[in-house]
Ligand binder design. Sequence first.
Ligand code: HEM
Length: 576
Amino acid sequence: MAASMAQMLPVQFSSRRSLGPSSSARRCGKVANSLQCSRICGLRNVGFSSSLPSPRQDFNRMECNGYGAASRFARQVIRSDMEKESGKVLNKQGAGKSWVSPDWLTGLVQMVKGKDESGIPIADAKLEDVQDLLGGALFLPLFKWMKESGPIYRLAAGPRNFVIVSDPQMAKHVLRAYGTKYAKGLVAEVAEFLFGSGFAIAENQLWTVRRRAVVPSLHRKYLATMVDRVFCRCAERLVDTLQAADEKGVAVNMEARFSQLTLDVIGLSVFNYDFDSLTSDSPVIEAVYTALKETESRSTDILPYWQVPFLCQIVPRQQKAAKAVALIRETVEDLVAKCKKIVDEEGERLEGEEYINEADPSVLRFLLASREEVSSTQLRDDLLSMLVAGHETTGSVLTWTVYLLSKNPSAYQKMQEELDTVLGGRNPTMEDVKNLKYLTRCINESMRLYPHPPVLIRRANAPDTLPGGYKLGAGQDVMISVYNIHHSPAVWERAEEFIPERYIPFSGGPRKCVGDQFAMLEAIVALAVVLQRFHFSLVPNQTIGMTTGATIHTTSGLFMNVKARQKKPAAELASI
Ligand code: HEM
C-alpha cells in the first residue's frame, strides 16, 4: 500500500493536460474504471444545492420516523437523544465572516498596483456571495467562482489577493515546487499561534530536519502494531457505544463519535495516552476545532489585526483561540514530560528504524529514545502537529464515507459483502487490509468528494509561470482548491457521483501528508470493525450542510440510525 499511495498523485495528475488561456477542450484523466471522455472546457453548472450549508439546524423540527415500531413515545426518546447529542455538536458558527471588503477599497488597491498582466481573470466576487453561503465554508464560494471564471482566477478583496487554482496540472506544478519556487507562506503565518515551530508549518531547513526525524517513527512494524493494539481496540469501544444506542433505539451523531474515535487513536498512537473520549468528555476536541477555525479565519481576514499583541488580548475571538491553544499545549507538554521521565530512567537507546518499544510503541517514545538533539518546545510543537493533523482529518473521512455509503445502497451492499467474505465476523489484521479493496476505494472516493483540507495554500518565493502561461509575481499567495479539482466536470466524468473506482490523494510534493498510510489503515480498520457489525441509515429529514475547520465538517452533525447486522452463516459466506 505504501508504494501505491506514494504513486497515485503523479499518476492522476500526469494523465491530464493543462488548461491554458487559449485551450478550449481537454480530455478527462484516466480513472480506474476507464472512464474516458473529451469535453468542452466551459464548466457546466454542477448542482449541489442539497449540500449547501444551511443556518444552524433546529433539531426540534427533525422527524425521526425511520423505526419499524416507531410509536410516538419512541420518536420522542430519539428526538430528545438527538437534542442531547446536538449539544455535543461543535460550535461551527463564525467563519466566512472575515472575507469582507468594500468595493472601493478593492478598487483602490488595484489602482495603486497598476495593470495586471498575468493573464489571470479576476473573479466577480461579491460580498453577497460569501454572505449568501452561510455556514462559513470558503471552499463553496470558490467553487461558484470557478464555474463563472474558469480553472484559474484572481480573488481580490481589499489588500488581500489570491490566485485560485482549480486545475490539476497547475496544482501539481505548485505542490511539487515546494522548497524551491514555493513556500507554505500564509499558512505558516496564520497557524503559528497554534503550531509554533512544529514541522507541519515550519519552512526551509527546520522543516527538513524535523520531518526527517519524525517520519521514521511511522514505520511498517509500528503501523502493524497499531492495527491490533490501537485501531481495533478503539473501534471496539465505538461498537460498545453503538450497541447501547441500538438497544435503546436512539439515533447517533456519527460525526461526533468518529471525532472521539480518532482522538483516542491519535492519543494512543502518538503519546500512548488514552483520552478515552468515547466514554468521557474531552475538551481537546473543541479546542482543536476552535484553533483550526481561527487559522482559517486569519487566512481570510482583510486586516491581520491579530499580529498586534495588544489586540489579541482584548478581542474575544482571539481570547477564545488563545485559551484553546493553551489547553492543547498543556496537554501535550504534560504527556511529553511523563514519557520523558520514564525514558530517562530507563536510559534507553534506539537501535534502527524498525525498533519499537513493546510496552510503549508510541511516536513520542520513538523520538525520545532516539536521543536526537531537540529542544522541549520543538518536541512539543512537532507532536502537537501530529495530534492536530491526525485527528480531525481521519474523523472527517470516516464521517463522509459512512454518509456516502448510506446514500448509495448498491455500493454499501457491495462493501458489506466484501467485509463478510474477507473477515467473516472477525476483526481485520494488517494482512486483511490489502484484501479490503472495495472498502479502500469507498474511502478514496469519499476523499474525492470531501477532500480534507478542501484548500491548500502556497506562496511564490519568486516570479513563476504556471502551465498555460499564467504569470505569478514573487510573494503571490496561491490557493489550490482541491475541492474544485475534485468536483470539476472538466476533470471528472460524473463529477458529483459517488463512484468508488477512482482515487484522490493526500496532497503532493515534499509537503504531502506524513500520516497517509497511518490514516488509511486507521480508516479501513475502523470502518471494517464497525460496518461489519451495524447497518447505518440516515435519520430522515436532516439537512447535511457543510462547513470547515481545516477539514470539511457537517454544519449540525450526522445523525444515523444504527441496527446490529445479522451474522451470515458460513455456507452463505462461502458462496459469495
Ligand atoms: C485521512 C486522513 C488524513 C488526511 C486527508 C490528511 C491530509 C493531509 C494533507 C492534504 C496534508 C498536506 C497539506 C499541504 O500540502 O499543505 C497533510 C499534512 C500532514 N499530515 Fe495529514 N492527513 C490525514 C491524516 C494524518 C494523520 C493520521 C497524521 C499523523 C499521524 C497526519 C499528519 C500530517 C502532518 C504532520 C502533516 C504535515 C506534513 C509536512 O508539512 O511536512 N495526517 N495531511
